[in-house]
Design a protein around this ligand. Sequence first.
Ligand code: PMT
Length: 397
Amino acid sequence: MLSLTNKRILLGVTGGIAAYKCAELTRLFIKAGAEVRVAMTKAATEFITPLTMQALSGNRVHLDLLDTEAEAAMGHIELARWADLVLIAPATADFIARMTHGQADDILSTLVLATSAPVAVAPAMNQGMWSDVATQSNLSALRERHYHIFGPDTGEQACGDVGPGRMMEPEQLLQECAGLFETGHLAGLKFVITGGPTREALDPVRFISNHSSGKMAYALAAEAAVAGAQVILVSGPVHLPTPNGVTRIDVESAIEMLQATLDNIQAADAFIGVAAVADYRPQQFSAEKIKKSSDQIELSLVKNPDIISEIAKLKQRPLVVGFAAETNNIVQNGREKLKNKKLDLLFANNATETFDSDTISVTVISPDAEDELPTANKNVVARKLLQLISERLNNRQ
Ligand code: PMT
């Protein structure tokens, strides 16, 4: 069975007779493990009711850009960032034309413009409208902008014509959407990824740690596995399920994380240090719970080993990729870390926004360039970062 486990699909429905097929499409997406949110144009509501789509998706349907209640629940920019994939099905000739011209005069066209997730379009229209030079020219423009065009099928149409313009069947659309995630471009490669926080114990009940949720590392691990890589995820304590196809090794402290990483790094093609590793640990571990005796106590801390630097020093070193969460001078501090730790790539981000958030804004720093990526959900960003890593790995061979 096709898997869309944990994928977030924003289904945009526009006003064509094929809109009724969206009910089945939503059911298939959910069965394949996806979370679905639906946005509809006004014309789409003439063909299928928002209530049907709400009942099937389990989420309130987005209908109006100026609906303050819906915006309060999940604003349109938040929704655009939430999506791993935007699928417009059915996409009418009119909506395709509006997309081509970058219009943003309703909720759906605005979402398409605002998202940095991949956008796919399933055209559905009369065969004459499909063949018209204006529609074909619009579709060429969308293809050039890397939109995915699924279909249309050829056959008998609702208006009685026969020809191209039928929306692809839901099962086929499911396959096309799943195919977008299963690229296989990392097949045969081994990735070791650290993620989450470390805990540095003071006594049997207390520790020093930080707010890392593991979301970024787990997104990278999940996407790398979907892209065909063998993935070992060395994880600090987090509350996340292990992504499909990923081998997870649980650790607590920085020293344990270093050991688990070294134990698994052999023959790795890439190492990605996403973990927020504690730089220091208590010099002494008290075997008994520290008692509240005096008004003030002093903690003596010693430096932890730097895991990523240790990997960068290896004779047979993999591609070494770091992250840096900074509160100020983000790019400058990131660049220093890239240099000092001898990394191939570093993804700098804003510490005040990234920890435990579902979204991230990343500046990609390499020895010779800097590139700021748009804010997006961590799965979408993970796919982009893996694409960059894959390009570097290809250049190395
Ligand atoms: O887990 P989330 O809630 O999704 O949040 C994601 C994140 C903020 C943790 C992630 O995006 C991130 O930025 N991780 C790096 C955190 C950080 O600030 O690291 P650093 O600047 O201390 O270290 C830089 C690099 O060295 C990192 O790749 C880190 O993993 C590595 N390092 C650091 C110290 C150490 N002792 N060993 C290391 O390997």
